[in-house]
Design a protein. Structure first.
Ligand code: ADP
Ligand code: MG
Length: 207
């Protein structure tokens, strides 16, 4: 029987693959029309490479990260790859995910993406979905919410973050070549980050 972490990665992968054309279309407007193609290729490989019976969450996430790093390409491959690998490191040996672990996943992912990509909030990247989602998640936990409630609120913040990317100029990555002409367009990477969080939430709800 597939492990929980494999089922969660499947939910993410299926969501990304189902939105391949949507993500690519967003990237056509402010990039080079490959974000959906890149991400779908990466997650197809993840679902082939990660052992479906892997119980160790850390090992599965590290494997997913290495696979994304070597198959996604573009700017997003190393960034998502790092996020999954850093998350894997902190969950090494764990077979159950707690609400506190999810908080650490957010923080390690963001730290990894920032270390590698040097972007901050407000530069029209995946961080504009992830940072507000992470902050909301931590706040909700501190107020007593459980993992699903906190992640529901975090997804709402991610969706707001994606909307916010339409209003700002890209200053990192390929979209920055457009300067102010990038205003009015939604960031593809913020969108794939939001889809990832929604898939994790749906996985947890359906468990
Ligand atoms: P490429 O731009 O190389 O074609 P993708 O199209 O796969 O790569 O991914 C583009 C996405 O990567 C952008 O929408 C943005 O969210 C994200 N991105 C680009 N540069 C950075 C960065 N330095 N930090 C964080 N995210 C970034
Ligand atoms: Mg691109």
């Amino acid at each position: 029987m597939p492990s929980s972490i494999y089922n969660c990665l499947s939910e993410i992968g299926e969501r990304i693959i189902a939105n391949k054309d949507y993500l690519t279309e967003l990237d056509r407007e402010i990039g080079d029309s490959d974000h959906g193609i890149n991400m779908a290729r990466g997650f197809k490989a993840v679902l082939e490479k990660v052992n479906p019976e892997e119980q160790d969450i850390g090992a599965a996430l590290k494997k997913a990260g290495m696979t994304l790093l070597s198959t996604v390409g573009g700017a997003s491959g190393p960034l998502y790859g790092t996020a999954y690998m850093e998350s894997g490191k902190i969950l090494s040996g764990k077979t159950e995910l707690t609400a506190e672990d999810m908080k650490k996943i957010f923080e390690a992912s963001i730290a990894g993406i920032q270390k590698r990509g040097k972007a901050i909030r407000g530069e029209k990247t995946m961080l504009d979905a992830l940072i507000p989602a992470s902050e909301t998640y931590a706040k909700k936990l501190s107020e007593g919410s459980d993992m699903i409630q906190a992640l529901e609120a975090a997804c709402e913040s991610a969706r707001e973050g994606v909307e916010y990317t339409k209003t700002i100029t890209a200053t990192k990555g390929r979209a920055s070549y457009l300067g102010e002409r990038s205003i009015g367009h939604q960031d593809p990477g913020a969108t794939s980050a939001m889809l990832t969080l929604e898939a994790i939430l749906d996985y947890l709800k359906g468990k």
